[in-house]
Design a protein around this ligand. Sequence first.
Ligand SMILES: Cc1cc2nc3c(=O)[nH]c(=O)nc-3n(C[C@H](O)[C@H](O)[C@H](O)COP(=O)(O)O)c2cc1C
Length: 195
Amino acid sequence: MKTSLGAKTLLYPAPVMVVGTYNEQGQANVMTAAWGGIACSRPPCISISLRSATASHAYIVSRKAFTISLPSRAYAAQADYIGLVSGHNHNKFEELGLTPVASTLVDAPYVNEFPLVLECRLVAIHELGLHTQFIGEVMDVKVDKMLVTNKRRVNIEQLDPILFMPDSGLYYGLGTLIGEAFSIGKELVQHKDKA
Ligand SMILES: Cc1cc2nc3c(=O)[nH]c(=O)nc-3n(C[C@H](O)[C@H](O)[C@H](O)COP(=O)(O)O)c2cc1C
């Protein structure tokens, strides 16, 4: 039997992303965002949803660009801090000793210490209510070389991303491998076909 928890955004897990932007003076800023994800495969697009109260919101609108840097577990405290204070009155890069790198493809900086980066050009804005959804077309993905496998894939265990649970507000790491997509279900398809 199920019970109702009401209308909430309980979709697990949410990715911990660090959004990089420039302010009016060209100073690099970062904010943590967990509301977002993959939006389209072709062209490759991702979404992030920001409250207009964040400094990053205005910076994205004015520069029409942002980056997503994915911190690994080792940077969980820094990622949390980036989500606690605002670029309105903090220089988060300086305070955390992180290094901003200017993207050459979009008008936004990324975090050098974080292993995977998506460089995004703003392509759509959706006003949904408390949050504005920004859709960014991914112009390139930059990843630390040592994380790339010989099949040109990202070693997800080495990336060690941080997962956010919307209800409890807790951070988790990766769990164990379950199986391969578009593969472990094939056996069930054959069974059904036989019936
Ligand atoms: C784990 C985590 C996830 C967050 N996700 C979001 C989000 O998706 N959207 C949002 O508007 N704020 C989110 N926040 C809060 C912002 O990061 C926070 O308001 C930050 O101070 C904004 O920075 P800025 O003013 O420099 O842009 C999150 C904070 C944390 C710690």
